[in-house]
Ligand binder design. Structure first.
Ligand code: OAD
Length: 286
């Protein structure tokens, strides 16, 4: 039986952490905003509102496979801005994930982010599942063969992608999961075990709009904490995972009247909340 938070606020969550709760963490773009990277959907500042790339019928097309096949240039343009550099600095949210790993309280960090800041924070690779891929590897989508990601990066910066693609068998892209593509096998590999084992789920900086990632919150019975500017994830659509996962629906219930009072919403900027949480747990970020 899951241990409920003693109070459904920051102190209750800090108590669970201090008592050694083993955690699954789910990250979205909001966890990286303090590093200067925009999220996707915040009106006015999110990437989908601010993208100034010509040739796109609508912003999300930049991550659509069918569109990429007809015109890869917008994605290549965006990749120049998104490809991680050595200057990328992890946020307090990433440092919390590292701290949990150090304390042997991290089961897994499932991230939607393609900025690899979990690794920059020093979280060991086996604890990170890049659900939407990242720029570490690249594939020719015509042949299905892996290509040299660093060479693709150079071709993108130098404007020589046509030649690169011709040499490598067809259109090449970094292994970012586009709309219309399957998630990596690693996403599915230990989901059931990870969420069954979890004593606390920390969900940080995501709109929970994109499935199947968003449906993860409905796996398991552990207390769940949303750290986010916006209140999200309360009304999840019915999304069927493979039959072995069961049929999921529901989402968070932050209300006083929740039949099982396991969900906590900590509203605000992720880094400020993380600092507060860590202090209350009597811990210190590096
Ligand atoms: P979204 O942009 O959809 O959501 C970000 C969430 O973080 C919003 O609810 C914001 O209110 C919140 N937020 C922003 N800044 C914050 C901060 N400093 N502290 C706390 N919360 C903050 O981003 P994701 O949910 O990650 O796909 O988007 C999911 C997927 O959609 C992405 O992985 C991406 C996109 O299409 C790919 O890149 C393939």
């Amino acid at each position: 039986q899951a241990t409920l938070p003693p109070t459904r606020d920051v102190d209750g969550v800090a108590t669970l952490l201090k008592d050694g709760a083993r955690c699954v963490v789910m990250l979205g773009a909001g966890a990286s905003v303090a590093a200067g990277l925009p999220d996707f959907r915040t009106p006015g500042t999110g990437l989908y509102d601010t993208l100034e790339i010509s040739g796109l019928p609508y912003p999300e097309a930049v991550f659509e496979l069918d569109f990429f096949r007809t015109n890869p240039q917008p994605f290549y343009e965006l990749a120049k801005a998104l490809w991680p550099t050595d200057d990328s600095r992890p946020t307090k949210a990433h440092k919390l994930v590292k701290l949990l790993a150090d304390k042997n309280q991290l089961i897994r960090c499932y991230t939607q982010n393609i900025d690899s800041l979990e690794r920059a924070a020093g979280v060991p690779a086996e604890f990170v599942v890049a659900a939407h891929g990242n720029f570490d590897s690249a594939t020719c989508i015509a042949t299905g063969e892996k290509v040299d990601a660093e060479a693709l990066r150079r071709a993108i910066y130098e404007g020589t992608t046509d030649a690169f693609n011709a040499q490598n068998g067809g259109l090449c892209k970094a292994d970012i999961v586009f709309f219309g593509e399957a998630l990596p096998d690693r996403f599915w590999a230990s989901l059931r075990e990870d969420f069954d084992e979890a004593e606390l789920l920390l969900v940080i900086g995501t709109s929970l709009e994109v499935h199947p990632f968003a449906s993860l919150i409905d796996l398991g019975t552990m207390p769940r904490v949303l750290i986010n500017r916006d209140r999200v994830g309360e009304h999840q659509p019915d999304v069927a995972f493979p039959p072995s996962m069961g049929k999921l629906s529901g989402g968070f219930d932050f209300n006083e009247t929740a039949p099982v009072p396991r969900d906590v919403f900590l509203q605000g900027d992720a880094d400020a909340i993380v600092v507060d949480l860590v202090e209350r747990a009597g811990w210190a970020l590096d």
